[in-house]
Ligand binder design. Structure first.
Ligand SMILES: C[S@@+](CC[C@H](N)C(=O)[O-])C[C@H]1O[C@@H](n2cnc3c(N)ncnc32)[C@H](O)[C@@H]1O
Length: 209
């Protein structure tokens, strides 16, 4: 016997004929089916393998315990926010733009009450939001330029655990040679090797105690 859930990892999933399943955990499939590809575009959930890799890193960061408060920079339509909210007691998510699709989405997945969503003008504003919370994990998926990702990392690194999206090795990523993607690559590559786990397109940094 197991309890059914759209976002929980599931022992058995029947996918025929709707192809909702991605194996263990059906979040990607159910989002695609009920909300359509528009909800997945630009998200870490744009392909099912990314969901699995992201889940693994979040679980690693939690180390078997629930995450008290996770920060996400780059909300967009709130797709990854909802998945993070499954692992964390609360999620603080920050963006420069207020994409309205996120509200129904969070309500539909039953995570609306766990999410604190902010729109900021600049990094000073972002720092003010972050100062209000004690967070134990950060997920960076906002400005991917060298300056942008560095600024975000500096704002969240005090929590000691950071997941980066779009870590593609130089000139081998989907967007070959892109200055944008290279921002994440060069920052991650500057961190101590023994503090970094790579699970492309993610990288995870955990500060050694
Ligand atoms: C790739 S989308 C995020 C997708 C989301 N994390 C997911 O996986 O579902 C990037 C988002 O970052 C936002 N963004 C860009 N620059 C930013 C900045 N400096 N601070 C905060 N958000 C930013 C964009 O407006 C956009 O909504």
């Amino acid at each position: 016997m197991f309890r059914c859930s759209a976002i929980n990892a599931q022992e058995q999933i029947a996918s025929w004929p709707l192809n909702l399943s991605v194996g263990r955990g059906g979040f990607y499939g159910s989002v695609q089916y009920y909300f359509g590809y528009n909800q997945l575009r630009r998200s870490i959930l744009k392909d099912p393998e990314e969901e699995t890799k992201f889940r693994r890193l979040v679980a690693k960061a939690g180390g078997g315990r629930p995450i008290k408060c996770a920060v996400e920079i780059g909300t967009y339509k709130g797709t990854a926010t909802a998945l993070l909210a499954y692992y964390a007691d609360q999620v603080v998510t920050i963006d420069k733009y207020n994409f309205i699709d996120k509200y129904t989405f969070w309500l539909e997945y039953g995570v609306y009450d766990k999410i604190h969503s902010y729109i900021v003008k600049d990094n000073e504003d972002k720092a003010d939001v972050l100062a209000k919370y004690n967070f134990d994990l950060a997920f960076l998926d906002g400005d991917h330029s060298a300056e942008g990702v560095r600024a975000d990392f500096n704002l969240v690194k005090k929590c000691g655990k950071v997941i980066f999206h779009d870590y593609y090795e130089e000139n081998t990523g989907f967007d070959k040679g892109s200055a944008i993607i290279q921002g994440v690559v060069s920052l991650v590559n500057s961190l101590p090797l023994d503090e970094v786990t790579i699970g492309r397109p993610f990288a995870y940094w955990e500060k050694k105690r």
